[in-house]
Design a binder for this molecule. Structure first.
Ligand code: GLN
Length: 547
């Protein structure tokens, strides 16, 4: 259920900044806090402000930035939006992510149109006004607007965003705006001590921007004693109870909301903002975490792709496995396999011990051969196969080459041949700009009954998110079908193939869309749930015959 059904008169703003170093988990912290406030009966949305100059991460390499998270409305956004959606269980939109690139683009476009009437256009007030306008987009629509500011306090790029935060705090007052700061409290082994100095410096840097933190979230490997918390409070000018230690989660990031709840973070926030502390509904979440921590079964699943050195490139897929695993009471061990290392000679050795393999999305020709070789092995050995986007396209190429005897079958993305079984649709052929021009966002798909897809979704009408240029070439549909490929999902006009399956294989599914993007904690994604179930069955059936 979307939580903005009962619009509040004015919203409360919670800013989350980060200090000391990056990768402390600001995204998870924002998402966890959002979940708690929602489970206390308040409506919540979460925004990410990214200080980089790219207009969106769509043109960035996954090694640089990790996964690009696509929203229903087709925005290519920061992967933290994935955390927000997974924790909140709600779809966000384009406006939930703003970059410095978008802000400057807008201001410069207005300047060219003469909008500023001869004034000198400056960071303050013009850039900061544009940032504030974007932050206030959801004003009045939610009880809480949580705003995560990307980067680390002290970075040059963050300054206009912090200035906008400061201005908004002054404008709305302390009853409407709270500043949370996430820092790091390192444990120095030699001294056997937790050190508070980096936190003190980080808060000092924040105060130089005119922002006084109300609450400090202190990341640490171990729990922080009361004494040390009091010391941090004294040196950083906050109340004792506003210093919250956030030790590493034991097993899963999904424990973080429970950890926050145990430390009363939500209650502290509601008290500070003079809001009623309504009872919390956290049972379903607690059960979900319990299932993750106490699985009955396990499966080994491969993820074949070329971005395997950087796990964030496959963030939503890895999370979707956790959700699907919990629903199947199964721990999913995911082995990331570099497709560039797979050859005809070693494919059996690399894949034979796996209970299922997902061949992942991607762009460019590097690693394609390894993907095609893997798919042939999975098809012939009847091992569960799940192809997502490029993975599905590779499955079509493999089938065209090895079953339909079109030896030079390929995608037009990699080689122009007379057998481009994957090709550009006409409207994509006209496009010259690379940014934001793919088939992006949610599209409906109609599912054929009596297929694996129908069995998974239990409905004929679904909507899933896309991010690609190429499509299955309709000129080859009849041939592929005549050899046993099933087109189990089509666009409503029948023109685009969205899902393929194979007759005679226990679980062979390729999808042109990205089901991982809509996999939410607790509920999961139907196809991932079905895939893990198939992997479990495969494991049981082969348990005695494999080494
Ligand atoms: N490169 C392919 C395309 O553009 C697949 C994209 C993807 O896997 N997301 O169609």
């Amino acid at each position: 259920m979307d939580s903005n059904t009962n619009p509040p008169a004015s919203s409360k703003y919670i800013f989350i900044t980060g200090g000391v170093l990056s990768s402390l988990g600001k995204g998870i912290a924002s998402a966890s806090l959002g979940l708690l406030l929602k489970q206390r009966g308040y409506s919540v949305t979460i925004m990410k402000l990214d200080p980089y100059i790219n207009v969106d991460p769509g043109t960035m390499n996954p090694f640089q930035h990790g996964e690009v998270y696509v929203t229903d409305d087709g925005a290519e956004t920061d992967l933290d939006l994935g955390h927000y959606e997974r924790f909140l269980g709600e779809s966000l939109q384009r406006h939930n992510n703003t970059t410095a690139g978008q802000v400057y683009y807008e201001v410069i476009t207005k300047e060219r149109k003469g909008h500023y009437l001869g004034k000198t256009v400056q960071v303050i007030p013009h850039i900061t006004d544009e940032i504030k306008k974007r932050i206030k987009f959801f004003d009045g629509k939610y009880n809480f607007i949580i705003i995560e500011i990307g980067g680390t306090v002290g970075d040059i790029e963050s300054l206009p965003f912090l200035e906008a935060q400061r201005q908004l705090g002054l404008e709305k007052g302390p009853q409407s705006v709270l500043n949370l700061h996430l820092t790091f409290v390192p444990y120095i082994k030699g001294a056997g001590e937790l050190k508070t100095k980096p936190t003190q410096h980080s808060v000092k840097a924040l105060m130089e921007s005119g922002i006084r933190p109300d609450i400090l979230l202190c990341r640490c490997e171990h729990k922080i004693s009361k004494d040390i918390r009091s010391k941090i409070a004294l040196f950083c000018n906050v109340d004792d109870q506003a210093v919250i230690d956030v030790p590493d989660a034991e097993t899963t990031i999904y424990e973080v909301p429970l950890m926050f709840a145990k430390r009363n973070l939500d209650v502290l926030i509601l008290n500070k903002l003079k809001l009623k502390v309504k009872p919390i509904k956290i049972n379903t979440w607690t059960k979900f975490v319990h299932r993750i921590k106490n699985p009955k079964y396990q499966v080994n699943v491969g993820l074949v792709g070329k971005y395997t050195q950087y796990r964030d490139s496959y963030k939503s897929i890895l999370e979707a496995f956790i959700h699907a695993g919990s629903i199947n009471n199964t721990h999913v061990n995911v082995e990331l396999i570099d497709s560039e290392q797979i050859t005809l000679e070693n494919v059996a050795e690399k894949l034979h011990n796996l209970d299922g393999v997902l061949v992942g999305p991607g762009f460019g020709s590097r690693g394609i051969d390894g993907k095609i070789i893997s798919i042939q092995y999975l098809r012939e050995n009847k091992i569960p196969f799940f192809g997502i986007c490029l993975g599905m396209q590779c499955a079509v190429i493999e089938f065209a080459r090895n079953v339909c005897n079109l030896i030079n079958a390929h995608s037009a993305e990699f080689a122009k041949t007379e057998n481009n079984v994957i090709d550009l649709m006409d409207e994509q052929k006209k496009i010259k700009d690379k940014g934001g021009t793919m088939r992006l966002g949610a599209y409906p798909c109609i599912i054929k009954p009596n297929t694996i897809a129908y069995d998974a979704y239990k409905t004929t009408q679904i909507s899933e998110r896309h991010r690609h240029r190429y499509e299955l070439n309709n000129n080859f549909r009849d041939l592929l079908q005549s050899k046993g490929m099933i087109m189990s999902g089509l666009s409503p006009d029948g023109q685009l193939v969205e899902i393929i399956e194979l007759s005679g294989h226990p679980w062979f599914v390729g999808v042109q869309f990205h089901p991982e993007l809509k996999s939410r904690a607790v509920t999961g994604s139907p196809l991932f749930i079905s895939f893990i179930n198939a992997a479990l069955k495969y494991r049981k059936s082969t348990n005695n015959s494999r080494s």
